[in-house]
Unconditional design. Structure first.
Length: 121
């Protein structure tokens, strides 16, 4: 028998972790293409994606696809590539921090559930 215990908070944190992982993947793709002529940096707006994810959880909807777009305002090199390793390194560090935060939040939520289960002992 497979029993799954979830809460609204755990579902929201799950979406948060998915978005943090998606952000890290986008950053890795950008970094991998740093020497690709004509490559344009892509990204996502984390805060608006998270707002949408929370709304999806509240309304019981499946996770939506992350909206990815070219990043405007970056300086292109003569070959047309606009990837900045410094920018991408910072974005990767932010995504890693978000992921660690999400794991800590999820751990806290499951600890709260375990405490409630064992409260009468």
């Amino acid at each position: 028998m497979n029993m799954e215990i979830t809460t609204r908070m755990s579902d929201q944190v799950e979406r948060y972790l998915d978005l943090a992982a998606a952000e890290a993947k986008l950053t890795a793709v950008n970094m991998a293409n740093v020497d690709t002529p004509g490559y344009r940096t892509v990204g996502m707006e984390f805060s608006s994606e998270m707002r949408q994810a929370i709304e999806d959880v509240e309304k019981g909807r499946a996770a939506h696809s992350v909206r990815v777009a070219d990043v405007d305002g970056l300086i292109a090199r003569p070959d047309g590539n606009n990837v900045s390793i410094d920018r991408e390194s910072l974005r990767l560090a932010e995504a890693q921090l978000r992921f660690r935060t999400g794991v800590a939040l999820l751990h806290g939520e499951y600890q709260r559930l375990l405490d409630a289960i064992h409260a009468d002992k």
